[in-house]
Ligand binder design. Structure first.
Ligand code: ZN
Length: 148
C-alpha cells in the first residue's frame, strides 16, 4: 500500500519539474497574464477557443512548485472542455483548495492539490492559473488583438 499523500507530493514534483503544455501556443486567440506578488508566481495563459470549446491551451511563466504543478495539471484537464465545464471545474477546484473538500472524480489529478487548503498563503499559488484562464476567456481576445 502506498501513501496517497506521497503519491500527490510526487505528482506535484513531477509536474513542476516537467510541466505539460509549457509552450507558447502559436494559433492562440485568447491570452492573459497572471501575477501573484505574494509568492512571485507569474503565468501567461494561451487559449485556442472555438465555439465555446477550449481546443488547445498552453502556458509560460515562472513560480513555485505549487503554482507550476497546478497550472500544468489544469491545462491537461481543460483541453477539449467547454467554457461551462471550465466554470464547474473552477468552482470545485476553488472549494477544494480553500476547504479541502475534494471531488476527485471531477478533478482527477488536480486532487493532488487538495492539501493546499492547510496552507492559506499557498491558495493563491494554486488558483493563479485558474483566475488567469477566466480572464483570458472574459477579455483575453482584446489583448491578443492589440499585440499584433
Ligand atoms: Zn507560489
Amino acid at each position: 500500500m502506498y501513501d496517497i499523500r506521497e503519491l500527490y507530493q510526487q505528482l506535484i514534483i513531477d509536474h513542476s519539474k516537467n510541466p505539460k503544455n509549457f509552450t507558447v501556443l502559436k494559433d492562440a486567440n485568447r491570452s492573459a497574464e497572471g501575477d501573484n506578488p505574494l509568492c512571485g508566481d507569474k503565468v501567461t495563459i494561451y487559449l485556442k477557443l472555438e465555439d465555446d470549446v477550449i481546443r488547445d491551451i498552453s502556458f509560460q511563466g515562472s513560480g513555485c512548485a505549487i503554482s507550476k504543478a497546478s497550472t500544468s495539471i489544469m491545462t491537461t484537464r481543460l483541453k477539449g472542455k467547454t467554457v461551462e465545464e471550465f466554470q464547474t471545474f473552477f468552482n470545485i477546484f476553488h472549494q477544494m483548495v480553500t476547504t479541502g473538500k475534494t471531488d476527485s472524480i471531477v478533478l482527477g489529478k488536480l486532487a493532488a492539490l487538495s492539501g493546499v487548503h492547510q496552507y492559506p498563503v499557498r491558495v493563491k499559488c494554486a488558483t493563479l492559473a485558474w483566475h488567469t484562464v477566466k480572464n483570458a476567456l472574459e477579455d483575453g481576445a482584446k489583448k491578443i488583438a492589440t499585440t499584433e
